[in-house]
Design a protein around this ligand. Sequence first.
Ligand SMILES: *[C@@H]1O[C@H](CO)[C@@H](O)[C@H](O)[C@H]1NC(C)=O
Ligand SMILES: *[C@@H]1O[C@H](CO)[C@@H](O)[C@H](O)[C@H]1NC(C)=O
Ligand SMILES: *[C@@H]1O[C@H](CO)[C@@H](O)[C@H](O)[C@H]1NC(C)=O
Length: 442
Amino acid sequence: MFLGSIISALAYATIALSAAGSVEASPVRRFLPWPQDDPFYSPPKGYQHHAPGTILRTRPVPSPLATLDSYTLNYTNAWQILYRTTDVRGKPMATVTTLIQPKNPDHKKLLSYHFAEDSSSEQCAPSYSLESNSNASYPVSPFDLMLIDAALTRGWYVNVPDYEGPHSVFTCGVTSGRGILDSIRAVLASCRTSHLKSSADITMWGYSGGALATGWAAELQPIYAPELRILGAAMGGTPSDVNATVNAVNKGPSAGLIPAGFFGLAQQYPELYAYIQSHLLPNKKAAFNSAESQCLGTVGVQFAYQDVFSYFKPNFLNGFVPEVILAENKMGRFKPRIPLYMYHSINDEIVPFAPTQALVKKYCKEGSRIQFVEDSSTHHGTLAIVGATDAFVWVIERMNGTPVKHGCSTSTTSLSTVPTSAATVFGPLIYAGMQAALATEE
Ligand SMILES: *[C@@H]1O[C@H](CO)[C@@H](O)[C@H](O)[C@H]1NC(C)=O
Ligand SMILES: *[C@@H]1O[C@H](CO)[C@@H](O)[C@H](O)[C@H]1NC(C)=O
Ligand SMILES: *[C@@H]1O[C@H](CO)[C@@H](O)[C@H](O)[C@H]1NC(C)=O
């Protein structure tokens, strides 16, 4: 994820709030408990004996889904579902997904939409920050909600999993991918509550941190969840190589992604946690460790423009422990079988273009079907907005059963504004919201 969008989320929310004139009317509110203090999130005893994807617990969302009161989703019902999944080491774990039922539901359509949580603390889980009564220090971006609304308007159910799991293992690919696949299994088994058909057509979508998770889900599907019939996945600004992003963002505005990513991996790999602690400089330890339990909003501000390696002894990343873990979390280990739509800015300053281009080449050589769009006018944050229309059109085609061409194709775009087709694809309200989001991102 990218700091520009945090800022634009806040700016957009402020605009919307003042337009609604609701600023002075906001009552003193009781916040929902953090996920770590909410018993719903703790799995029942013996849950590990159930198969991955098993529903462990369901409840209607405790408060309406919205962000900062400024953008309320248009839906009928929404549920939180605690389900069983598996981490990268094969250990059982339980995490939550939010399933949203549209107003005029098509019980045979499901979009799995993957937020860029980009944080190493459970308080940042989408299931929590999506709720209007959450005490989220990192509110979800209204832009994500607009895209979810667009899917709901089409009658699609939307699945929003906490794919980082209960320990928020940001950037851990296998855990994230399994978290997504098991959330899809769980919602397909939720028919009695949700009326979603177990035979529903499924698509997936994510950008940036959400694309990391989407890409891993696509890679793992043939081996981990071969029974899932997924029609395709759209992903943009895909961080195929975490190390490349670390090098790209250090000393820049998004340097906070580095501590967030290190702690995310360290939650999954205790040996990395120990390695980090033993390589921190004593006078920098407290400042660095404060990032562990914060969301990216806070971490991003704290670490902006810093040289994160100045917190460590020299050659921190060249040790055996980080090298093995970074290699294990580099995409391209497995071959996706589902069709992919990938979009990436050639000038992406956060997720470098070259490793993702190399990943596309590798996938294609191995027989994947990919439509790859490289854009020459945008950067990371702006492509998320201006590239969303074509990505969504591709997702709609998959949902409609339009066949995908064999092999791979690459095209180059030069998108500097939200395409006018967005007005037709998303409707005038979201089109205007996208333009507002783009104005604050630039
Ligand atoms: C809300 O979160 C802030 C920290 O982000 C904390 O200081 C405050 O106590 C929390 N409020 C409640 C009611 O939990
Ligand atoms: C909410 O969705 C329904 C059904 O799709 C639609 O008729 C209605 O106009 C939408 N309301 C808003 C405020 O977008
Ligand atoms: C990460 O990138 C740095 C700088 O390019 C390089 O020295 C290091 O070997 C890389 N590590 C891994 C695990 O790829």
